[in-house]
Write a new protein. Sequence first.
Length: 338
Amino acid sequence: MAETFKRFQEQVRVLLTLTKRHILVFSKNWTTVLFTMMVPVVIFVVYIVFLRGMMIDGIESSLPIFDQLADNQQEKIYALADSWMMAGVLAVSCITVSLNTNYILVRDKERGASRDFISSPISSRIVMISYFNFNTIVCFLVNFLVLCLCMIYLAAYGAFMIDFIDFLALVGIILLSTMNAALLTFFICNFIKTESTLSSIVAITSAAVGFIIGAYFPATGIIQKITVFFPGTYSASLFRNYFMSGPLEQVLYMLNSLDLPGVDIQEIAHTLLEQFGLVLDSDPFSFMIDFFGMEVPISIQAWVLAAFTGIFAVLNVAFTYRNFMKGPKLKKKRKSTN
């Protein structure tokens, strides 16, 4: 029993040492650190410069009473749009930051460090877990900073309506989303042998993932049916539930207090909510996901995201061991014949 506990302590020590090693190697490469931080910032800036105006124009054109609203009432609708997009920025950031952080894993394979690890007495499982821990820690810290940036932005525009409980829920969703993304990207990167290949995949993913999970605009038609098979879709929906609950409550209260003759306020409210893919049911703040005609509520979405996380964990254990320990094949030098 004492020997088993001693071995366990030794494995934990090695795990912490390897995790620390990955973090130190990552932090010393300022180019990669800067690029990792810049990915969510670029998405954030793209929204402010381009997407925000397009989203607001769409809301204004769909609401015939928009011009009749006072400035402070219009700002509440803008707050709803900003909160919707901030949730999308966080959902995309969890995936792109995690994928980019895996350059340490790919670099170690390319340079043969993974072979050095496996040739030592260190357990291969400990090595794999150390990369996962490193990815999760870095991704969580970066996305927590992104969350703070989103809070500052919403406060600057007068759209900060998140209470302490919602903030804690958002932190919890970031943790679950980063763990899910770390397992998914770890599985993908175990089949990547070179940093140049990873760079190409990061560039493509950063551009496409926001559309795949419906982060920039509500998905409709065939796209919506595809998005339900991606865990990022459920992550984005969970973020939106807590980002938008406060602004949505304010907007619905504002619409119900309007006294406009000949205007069906309930129809206006439904039209507005449809712009964001929201459904009014017994709980007006529930952000549903349409899974082939079945409405998936928030509580089930959290379980679906957790289930995806478990599936990716099993896939990593079952299929990535050999690829993880293999670097690129070394070409044998031919002996010159004179």
